[in-house]
Design a protein around this ligand. Structure first.
Ligand code: ADP
Length: 178
């Protein structure tokens, strides 16, 4: 699914984010930046050791913030590592922190003058964030950002499975209907 938002294009697709050739791909990292399973493991495996070398130098990233490294051997130029919240029961700061993870990643892309960025569904794997709510926050935050900033031309969500893709599509349709 593809949608024009102001001067930018928002695309939902299904696949492996390590194959993306956007200027940056976003990693759903942990606060130690020490690597892990899921999309984090896939990015380090495909990108090679240079990414981890730079992560070690940076030393860590608080939840809701973002940092940037090389993309090593990947087609993308940079990896933006952001740390989404672990989901407990939704009564804490989960929603604000997830929103912040997307917003800080987009801000960092703007600061670096990047024109395109690809996101996975942050926090929806090992961190257990309910996917419908996570999709709504991801899309809402991105749409708000693109309405206020004209510099990023393309934001792509790369969903790993069809169920996530269908949920993101449905949530985007709902948001656009308002
Ligand atoms: P978190 O700890 O933030 O939940 P995970 O990596 O466990 O991070 O999961 C985040 C999302 O990334 C999940 O929806 C998972 O299916 C998806 N994912 C895993 N591998 C990839 C990949 N190679 N490309 C895109 N998405 C992926």
């Amino acid at each position: 699914m593809e949608q024009e938002i102001n001067a930018s294009t928002l695309i939902l697709s299904c696949g492996d984010i390590t194959k993306e050739s956007t200027d940056a791909i976003v990693n759903a990292a942990n606060s130690g930046l020490v690597g892990g399973g899921g999309v984090d493991g896939a990015i380090h495996r495909a990108g090679g050791p240079e990414i981890m070398q730079q992560c070690r130098k940076i030393g860590g990233c608080p939840t809701g913030k973002a940092v940037i490294t090389t993309a090593g051997n990947l087609k993308a130029k940079y990896v933006i590592h952001t740390v989404g919240p672990r989901y407990y029961d939704g009564t804490g700061k989960e929603a604000a922190l997830l929103k912040s993870a997307y917003h800080e990643s987009l801000k960092l892309a703007s600061t670096k003058h990047l024109k395109s960025i690809a996101f996975p569904a942050i926090s929806t794997g090992a961190y257990g964030y309910p996917i419908h709510e996570a999709a709504r926050i991801a899309l809402q935050t991105t749409i708000e950002y693109l309405k206020e900033h004209q510099d990023i031309q393309l934001v792509r969500f790369v969903l790993y499975d069809h169920t996530s893709y269908d949920i993101f599509t449905k949530e985007l349709e709902i948001l656009l209907s308002f």
